[in-house]
Design a protein around this ligand. Structure first.
Ligand code: AHR
Length: 327
């Protein structure tokens, strides 16, 4: 009998110890701040958008490499551009009691419920790359990423200065409802307002090369005069180039092309004169993200917004930059 009681007590003790060791994170502690695992290693759950573009591939690589370098255990999921998959991934990270959740929201709206669940579980959230549209800014600690409105503005300003008689612009939009699609459209429209330039057709190509090609093929059939393509990323611009060539026109000459990102493939087309101007969007967010994660897990204050520094490239500048381009 005594032996039975001792065994049961040992089992209860062991269960209690295991629970402390596996979770650690998410427990409020006396200060209310989340804690890293007992081995001191922080666990991050990262819910990525997908693998839709060259930019995204570079972004994923940067996050994975930086986590490894920073000694952060990374749980990574690919949502295949679907919001419901990201929500599922975030819920599973909450259940697993990770120390910090980071994600790049596929679309801007519809996050309050799941972010509230993370907040109630005392797991801090960091937004990377894309923002959410919520009135409750207490649902996340910080937002690290580009200023997409500024990127659209830079594209529009360049076109204004280099229109050379061009008037009719067709726009290849990013994923409907995504922050970069909404903001790059707005920035561009603001910049060309009051000029002869006009967006005569606009449609989403979902940030993919095949999407850009398909939409451009349709535009070339339905829009009588196209002077300029404004693509919200390089991949869609590269798809448009294929469609333009197939229609017997010369990209970069018969039709000017402006894109955003400046990944290697885009820069190669820019150097070759098939794209005329690229606004940079930097995907290498990994190191900054890991620094912010360490701070928020330690309960330190972080700035609510960290903006990535970026530049722009003309064809001549692309030729110089290409040999050093990392992604
Ligand atoms: O959110 C960043 C955007 O997402 C990049 O510009 C685009 O290429 C990607 O798909």
């Amino acid at each position: 009998m005594l032996k039975k009681i001792t065994t049961a007590a040992a089992a209860v003790l062991l269960a209690a110890l295991t629970a402390c060791g596996s979770g650690g994170s998410g427990d409020a502690g006396s200060s209310g701040a989340p804690k890293a695992n007992d081995d001191g290693k922080i666990t991050m759950g990262f819910a990525q958008v997908g693998a839709e573009s060259g930019w995204r591939t570079a972004n994923t690589k940067s996050i994975q490499e930086s986590a490894e370098k920073a000694g952060i255990e990374l749980k990574f999921s690919d949502a295949q551009q679907k919001q419901e998959n990201q929500i599922k991934a975030i819920r599973s990270y909450i259940q697993q009691k990770v120390d910090v959740i980071a994600f790049s929201p596929v679309v801007e709206t519809g996050w309050d419920a799941v972010l509230l669940e993370a907040k109630r579980a005392n797991i801090p959230v960091i937004l990377t790359d894309r923002a959410v549209d919520s009135d409750d800014t207490s649902l996340y600690k910080t937002f690290l990423g580009s200023d997409f409105v500024e990127e659209g503005k830079k594209a529009g300003e360049w076109l204004k200065a280099n229109a050379g008689g061009a008037k009719n612009v067709v726009e290849l939009q990013g994923t409907t409802g995504a922050a970069p699609a909404i903001d790059r459209k707005k920035g561009f429209e603001d910049a060309i307002q009051g000029t002869d330039l006009k967006i005569v057709a606009t449609q989403t190509g979902d940030f993919t090369r095949s999407g850009g090609k398909q939409v451009m093929e349709a535009f070339l059939k339905s829009v009588p005069q196209i002077d300029v393509v404004y693509a919200h990323n390089d991949d869609m611009g590269l798809g448009a180039i294929e469609a333009i060539k197939a229609a017997g026109k010369v990209p970069g000459k018969d039709i000017k092309i402006i894109t955003v990102d400046a990944v290697k493939d885009g820069m190669t087309a820019l150097a070759a004169g098939e794209i005329n101007f690229i606004v940079e969007c930097n995907p290498l967010l990994g190191d900054q993200l890991m620094d912010l994660a360490k701070k928020v897990v330690a309960g330190e204050e972080v700035p609510p917004r960290v903006v990535t520094e970026e530049t722009t490239f003309t064809s001549e500048q692309a030729k110089t930059e290409l040999p050093n381009r990392k992604y």
